[in-house]
Design a protein around this ligand. Sequence first.
Ligand SMILES: Nc1nc2c(ncn2[C@@H]2O[C@H](COP(=O)(O)OP(=O)(O)OP(=O)(O)O)[C@@H](O)[C@H]2O)c(=O)[nH]1
Ligand SMILES: [Mg+2]
Length: 454
Amino acid sequence: MATVSETFLEPVIRLGVTGLARAGKTVFITGLVANLLDRGRMPQLRAAAQGRIEAVYLQPQPDVTLPRFDFEAHLAALTGDVPRWPQSTRSVSELRLSFRVRPEGFLGGLTGPRTVHLDIVDYPGEWLLDLALMERSYADWSEETLTRIDKRREAAEFMATARAEDGSLPLVEVRAQALAARFTDYLLAARKAGYSDCTPGRFILPGDLAGSPVLTFAPMPKPGSTPRGSLWREMDRRFESYKSLVVRPFFRDHFAKVNRQVVLMDVLGAVHQGPRAVEDLRRTMADVLAAFRPGRNRWLTGLLGGRRVERILFAATKADHLHHSQHPALTAITEAMLREARGRADFAGARTQALALAALRATVEETVERGGVSLDCVRGRLLSTGKQAAMYPGQLPSDPARLLSPAREGAQKWLDAEFGLMEFAPARLTLKPGEGPPHIRLDRAAEFLIGDRL
Ligand SMILES: Nc1nc2c(ncn2[C@@H]2O[C@H](COP(=O)(O)OP(=O)(O)OP(=O)(O)O)[C@@H](O)[C@H]2O)c(=O)[nH]1
Ligand SMILES: [Mg+2]
């Protein structure tokens, strides 16, 4: 048994894994952990290549109140006899992986192996958007929100309901619920239409809070008087509860403890959907990343108390949809999308990197001759039919502006190019002992995120 002081001396890396819905968080964590347990495919992780990692094992996580990331179930889904993608997950979960490593060089011989813990925390990127609420009062938030969404088609029904309410009248619970339900409908429709300012985040991804009073509020016009027991007062109270009981604990208990972060983005999926999706992804990521520039938010600066994220990796996922000859273009687009969000402050001193990766490679590369031209394709088993197919997704421009500029200018479709995308099922695997599932650049990702601490 480790004594308290021993445990205390063992360094802990807290790796946050985030991204918008369907970005690839669950597959990323599963692929990463599987490839850290069996390191045969991790040549770019230096400690592994140098043979300094003596053992890696899963451990009970320190926070017993948090759901455990269901690694075994997700891995079984991905690598079973009939491989399938894991189920969607909708709240925070955690997993602890521990390493026995021999220190590098001269010291290694002197001190013997050390233990390093890696706590991986999976949380929805949408929750970071709530940061903007923390410095607002209910009155300010209501006014801002109503002004902003007033003209939006998606908000018409909600706006009519909100205007018909008189906030000075006593609270009637069913009416409060109806108003919150309209507001939630609006948020979901707005999100679908490509708006990125869809907060409060838990209205869209409620986790286990669905239906609870902290989610039963909505913005309202402020009435002339707000007597005790009035609808307005109750809405105000719930808004404050949402901040103090939902947003604050998330930032305090999870976000503030993270010292390494990976932000996953389905850039290819957005390119395939078209310019509006690309522009929406860019804007949403800019909002999400505000959380990593705490200087701009006094509340967060206070909460962090000098702690900060040391490294942030921005990863375009699902790169196995592209032949490797196109990976540099995908990385360049990812970098360009983030350039603005990065700004001059550059994440308060954190080291950043952009990368194209596939956490679970579902395809193989293939060059196909067609009419005397050779096309760099990928081949895999289609999710829809289960049949093998080769796909040529189109040529990503090497200059990202060719995509980002039309997106920003509101183009409806790409002018001079088309991007197809087929969905592949995970491939059936036969793994050799010591080999993790196939991937693209997970080892580079791991080296950037944790390599310096091993
Ligand atoms: N080809 C390929 N597809 C991937 C890869 N990673 C994720 N996907 C696809 O993206 C989907 C979403 O991946 P998840 O890991 O479940 O994404 P998530 O971010 O956890 O999604 P939510 O839990 O719904 O928020 C999967 O069902 C796959 O279809 C990959 O490495 N290669
Ligand atoms: Mg998930």
